[in-house]
Write a protein that binds this ligand. Structure first.
Ligand SMILES: [Zn+2]
Length: 583
């Protein structure tokens, strides 16, 4: 039986031999990684192997990629694959392709190899380790063939690491069972939708209420007492060993955007529920009341009013929102009443800050930073503040054929300069991002110089001073562009939210738990808003980010993560909960 201990204790030659099948025909990886022994954990062994490949020359990396067989290729048919590859390809049914699927895969293999110069590599055992369907494999193949070569080279290497991760698990007899349970639950909830063709779970719809019921059932089965409050938050409480203890809360939201992903929000609810089930099974209580809160609304899809769930807990629920209407003219108040909620009880949801020890939220990163760094987890330093504006530019609409270039007042050309100004100003800022997400020429025509243009600005940074300096520069730049071009400008401020820093004492405890798992602590800001922003009005907050696959995409059905990453996030959160200190 191979263990981390035996891998640490054996000779270099035996180490290389034990890891022979982990990276396809590439024993040099284990040989170099052997020098980094001893490894504190399986996670640190995986990281050492990855770092070895990342530090290798481009020729070595390409040789590693080229050591892999084609998916469902000639070698598979001739039986000339390594034992590991044969098993993996068979697990996805690639040995049972239809004639049409073989033809598709062979054409894709040839296109891909011609374009990139190495074979298409995909961990066919997938995010859960139990195998992707042939349809999913072909869809991924078709998507990735459109990548740039640099992006695809990095993705191929990440897939090689994922294959190695699954093979290492098998070698060491380790199953990421906690992570797999959580991913299975996300799959169950992902099937409850307002829309048959995708995952949409908007506030107080039938799918939303069924989702809440599932979460409540899992919480009860995990040994928690459960109540659903007047805004639809599902609150599971795992009582302390002693009565009268304070509360440490964790959780996230269970609503989704339209056509969203399965892990956004839900991971941060279901992971702690699975942990409580473990604690309950071994009869272990914590020195505080642990609450897992499934916030009913964060995304703002139905009533365009975000953070309904967490603002109610924080005592900042805006009762005027009860009159907000959805696209069918149903008010928020009526939607709540129809679901059996008593709006008169909303104010009573607010918690007493003195009863709270803190709030920690686990969430998928929804970006590519951890993925690019090869790290499963990150500690959030702050949730970025944001400034949003609408800019209306007015020029002169005139004939596209008869107006000489030097005599135009083109509102869209001014907007184009503004887009590039935003990009340029935010490119080198510290945790600063700027986006023009809306850009249109109202009633524009192909043969008319744009007389008007409307565009949006979204500027975010983890540091308020950095953001406000960028906003000042960008607004001054817009004025300069408009003056030079003879364009009128009107500016409307839509939103200004300050950044929410995470509590250093909670970050330190999360960081210690990450390091305890044999991983480096890596801090990063959150560019997206989260329930923790509202909970920060009530108590100290912290967040743990989990790596997203597929280039870090989120708010999209392609959003993905792995059972291994969910599992290690669970182990880290459990250590954090067990070692929690209120100092
Ligand atoms: Zn979310």
């Amino acid at each position: 039986m191979t263990t981390i201990q035996s891998l640490n204790a054996c000779s270099d030659a035996d180490f290389v031999d034990a890891l022979r099948g982990i990276y396809e025909h590439s024993p040099w990886i284990a040989a170099r990684a052997a020098q980094a022994r001893p490894f504190a954990s399986l996670a640190s062994l995986k990281l050492a192997l990855q770092s070895t490949v990342d530090a290798a020359s481009i020729d070595e990396q390409l040789a590693l990629l080229r050591a892999h067989p084609e998916l469902a290729g000639k070698a598979a048919i001739a039986g000339a694959l390594t034992a590991e590859s044969t098993d993996e390809q068979a697990s996805s049914g690639l040995d049972r392709c239809t004639a049409h699927e073989y033809a598709q895969l062979h054409a894709l293999n040839a296109d891909y190899n011609g374009r990139f110069g190495f074979p298409f590599i995909l961990a066919v055992k997938g995010p859960t380790g139990r195998g992707l369907t042939r349809q999913a494999i072909i869809a991924t193949f078709e998507r990735r063939i459109g990548n740039t070569r640099g992006d695809e080279l990095r993705e191929a290497l990440r897939q090689v690491h994922r294959i190695a991760e699954i093979r290492l698990n098998a070698l060491l007899g380790i199953t990421p069972s906690l992570g797999a349970v959580v991913m299975d639950w996300c799959e169950v909830l992902g099937a409850l939708s307002d829309d048959e063709s995708n995952l949409t779970c908007a506030y107080m719809t039938p799918a939303h209420r069924r989702t809440a019921a599932h979460i409540a059932d899992w919480m009860r089965a995990a040994g928690m007492t459960v109540h659903v409050d007047a805004v639809g938050n599902v609150v599971g409480r795992y009582a302390a060993a002693q009565p009268g203890a304070k509360t440490l809360a964790t959780g996230s939201h269970y609503d989704t955007v339209r056509d969203g992903g399965k892990y956004d929000g839900r991971l941060g609810i279901l992971l702690p529920v699975a942990l409580v089930a473990e604690l309950h099974a071994r009869g272990q209580r914590l020195p505080y009341d642990l609450e897992v809160i499934a916030f009913s609304e964060e995304e703002g899809v139905r009533f365009r009013s975000t953070f309904l769930g967490s603002s109610a807990l924080a005592g900042s629920f805006d009762m005027a929102l009860l009159d907000a209407v959805d696209s069918d003219a149903v008010t928020l108040g009526d939607a709540l009443a129809q679901a059996g909620h008593d709006v008169a009880s909303i104010a009573a949801i607010a918690r007493d800050p003195a009863s709270m020890l803190g709030f920690v939220e686990v969430h998928i990163e929804q970006g590519p930073v951890l993925l690019e760094r090869g790290l499963p987890l990150g500690v959030v330093s702050a949730i970025a503040g944001s400034s949003r504006y609408l800019v209306e530019l007015s020029g002169v609409a005139s004939h596209a054929g008869t107006t000489p270039m030097g005599m135009r007042r083109d509102a869209a050309a001014a907007a184009a300069e503004i887009v590039l100004l935003v990009e340029d100003r935010c490119r080198n800022g510290d945790a600063l991002v700027g986006t023009v997400g809306q850009l249109n020429v109202p009633a524009g025509s192909v043969n008319v110089i744009p007389g008007a243009c409307r565009l949006s600005l979204d500027i975010r940074a983890a540091d308020d001073a950095v953001r406000l300096a960028a906003v000042d520069d960008i607004l001054a730049g817009i004025s300069a562009i408009c003056t030079r071009r003879g364009i009128g400008e009107k500016l409307f401020k839509l939103l200004e939210i300050d950044a929410v820093p995470c509590a250093p004492r909670l970050m330190a405890q999360l960081g210690a738990a990450v390091e305890g798992a044999g991983l480096p602590r890596f801090d990063l800001p959150s560019g997206a808003g989260h329930d923790a922003m509202r909970m920060a009005q009530l108590t100290d907050v912290a967040m743990l980010f989990v790596r997203c696959g597929n280039g870090g995409i989120s708010h999209n059905p392609l959003e993905t993560m792995t059972a291994d990453d969910a599992d290690i996030a669970g182990r880290v959160l459990l250590d954090f909960l067990l070692d929690f200190s209120d100092n």
